[in-house]
Design a protein around this ligand. Structure first.
Ligand code: GLN
Length: 544
């Protein structure tokens, strides 16, 4: 088997310019040329995984099929590649240091002095090779977090440099850089990128490609200038102007023949596939006229719209994928659950205008009474409702309180002494929580869910058993299952090994469904998730 080719993606000038999307798009292009492609994300921080970080500040915690809590970029890779990315393809400085130190403690270094260089880069290289082997990839895109010239990611650049030295034919570097157009000056500036390339050079790395993120495309004079100063051929400088929809990016890159240019560097041929289906999806997303309005009820204070968007990115993408399939543009509103606690009138007014309501995942007590009120509204007014994880748990509580007459029913996450613990800490979680073992210890990753006949879920999926991804510590309390079912709650999906309730539904309602898992993690632009698809379909039908 030929050895895999590595493409390192490194940022220049500043963060937040779409390095993840650029990596995912490049991967999509190589896949469309007939090559098995995978992506690896490197985060330079010391957290061992992304699970312990606040999503409002750092973006969504994405969960892989095999239960790793990762950065949201892994979600982008999965959506663009339409493939699962496994835990192996994610690393942080913390996880790398941890393995080096654990190996040292296990005498695995045979008496050597264990040093930052070469032992840390060697561990990084070992992991990259192992990820490549496991995914049997022809191409591995490796996105290194942060920007060139930073202190934090230098050991990862060092690893990349060492890999190129060892195998120059199989490693290339792509710099994703930013080109500002200062308003008072009115012209695009290349100087910051020239500095970024110099910073990268000082780490021993020369980029093969520069992806130029800017408001508009680079013109020829600027490409020429950049080429001379940065030592990159003008044709290897690829424009990446601002776009309306992230899924346009691979199509834009292909306008500049990025795929063929990369293949040429590796002396490889392009296969026969194309991106027609992808382009059709993008057209539907850009040019559909009709709308469907979906409200997401959560706790959102002190956050701008931007961070909100980032912390629920998979939910938003899942709504989009499903809506586009029906030729609709989703109009998503962010509804503050805390406001609903005080002003029920405002709630009725806002929710009344929607075609569908979602309560997404969450933790803690803030805003939950407002969410429960919104769920009550959806149930009584027959508004399509989709509850995701916490949104399912709160729907069970709402039903217990207001239909089954269990006054004060709650989750023990919020009230440990409730008379009706409808949602309770999973037994295997108790020891972990009490001993403070919090990182990476939730119920994580894919578990089987057996679907009951004649349920919304069974009809939507069209199969009997599905595998969905989890991230929670609390669960539906089976001690109360019979009594809640006798009052009309449908437990539509059950985990066959543990008996845990994975899906609840209501009858006599056009669409009322909650999942203990996170279906949003498995939605793909070309394959909308069945539950989101059904939710949006009913929302549209009801609208008529
Ligand atoms: N807080 C709830 C739990 O831990 C729900 C978690 C979630 O929504 N991801 O079970």
């Amino acid at each position: 088997m030929p050895s895999p080719r590595f493409i390192f993606v490194i940022g220049g000038v500043m963060s937040g310019i779409g390095k993840g999307i650029a990596s995912a798009s490049t991967a999509r292009i190589l896949k469309s040329k007939g090559y098995k492609t995978t992506c690896v994300k490197i985060d330079p921080y010391l957290n061992v995984d992304a699970g312990t970080m606040n999503p409002i500040e750092h973006g969504e915690v994405f969960v892989t099929e095999d239960g790793m809590e990762t950065d949201q970029d892994i979600g982008n890779y999965e959506r663009f590649l339409d493939e699962n990315i496994l835990a192996e393809n994610y690393m942080t400085s913390g996880s790398v240091y941890l393995s080096v130190i654990e190996k040292e403690r296990a005498l695995k270094y045979g008496g050597d002095c264990v040093q930052i260089v070469p032992h840390v880069p060697e561990e990084i290289i070992r992991r990259l090779n192992s990820a490549a082997r496991k995914s049997k990839a022809d191409f591995v895109l490796v996105e290194i977090g942060g920007t060139a010239g930073e202190y934090e990611n230098i050991l990862f650049l060092e690893a990349a440099r060492m890999m190129r030295l060892k195998d120059p034919k199989n490693v290339i570097f792509m710099l994703i850089s930013y080109f500002p157009i200062p308003t008072k000056i009115g012209e695009m500036k290349t100087k910051p990128t020239q500095h970024a390339v110099r910073a990268l050079n000082s780490a021993g790395i020369q980029p093969d490609f520069i992806i130029a993120r800017a408001e508009i495309s680079l013109d020829e004079p600027r490409k020429k200038k950049l080429s001379i100063f940065c030592n990159v051929h003008p044709e290897d400088i690829i424009s990446a102007p601002d776009i309306d929809n992230i899924y346009q990016v691979p199509l834009n890159f292909e306008k500049e023949k990025l795929g063929a240019k990369i293949l040429r560097k590796f002396e490889m041929k392009a296969g026969g596939r194309d991106m027609k289906e992808w382009a059709r999806m993008v057209r539907r997303a850009l040019f559909s006229k009709k709308e469907v309005s979906i409200g997401i009820v959560g706790k959102y204070f002190g956050t701008g719209k931007f961070t909100l968007f980032d912390s629920y990115i998979s939910v938003i993408e899942a709504i989009k994928h499903a809506s586009w399939q029906f030729g609709r543009i989703p109009k998503i509103s962010w509804l503050d659950a805390e406001v609903y606690e005080k002003t029920p009138e405002k709630m009725k007014e806002e929710l009344g205008l929607l075609d569908g309501i979602i309560v997404p995942g969450g933790f803690g007590s803030r805003g939950i009474e407002g969410k429960i009120k919104a769920i009550s509204f959806a149930r009584k007014n027959k508004k399509p409702y989709l509850g995701l994880c916490y949104g399912m748990q709160l729907a069970a509580i709402e039903f217990a309180r207001n239909v089954a007459g269990m006054k004060g029913a709650n989750t023990t996450e919020v009230n440990a002494r409730t008379k009706y613990p409808v949602i309770d800490l999973m037994s295997e979680q108790k020891e972990k929580v009490f001993s403070g073992k919090m990182g990476g210890t939730m119920r994580l990753g894919a578990y089987a869910c057996r679907l009951k006949d004649k349920t919304i879920a069974r009809r939507a999926y069209g199969t009997r058993t599905v595998y969905e991804r989890h991230r929670h510590r609390y669960e539906f309390n089976n001690a109360l299952q019979n009594i809640l079912e006798s009052k009309g709650l449908v437990t539509a999906g059950i985990n066959p090994e543990s008996g845990l309730v994975e899906i609840i539904e209501l009858r006599d309602h056009p669409f009322f469904l909650g999942t203990q898992f996170h279906p949003e993690f498995k939605s793909r632009p070309l394959k909308p998730h069945p539950l989101f698809r059904e939710f949006i379909r009913v929302a549209i039908t009801k609208k008529k």
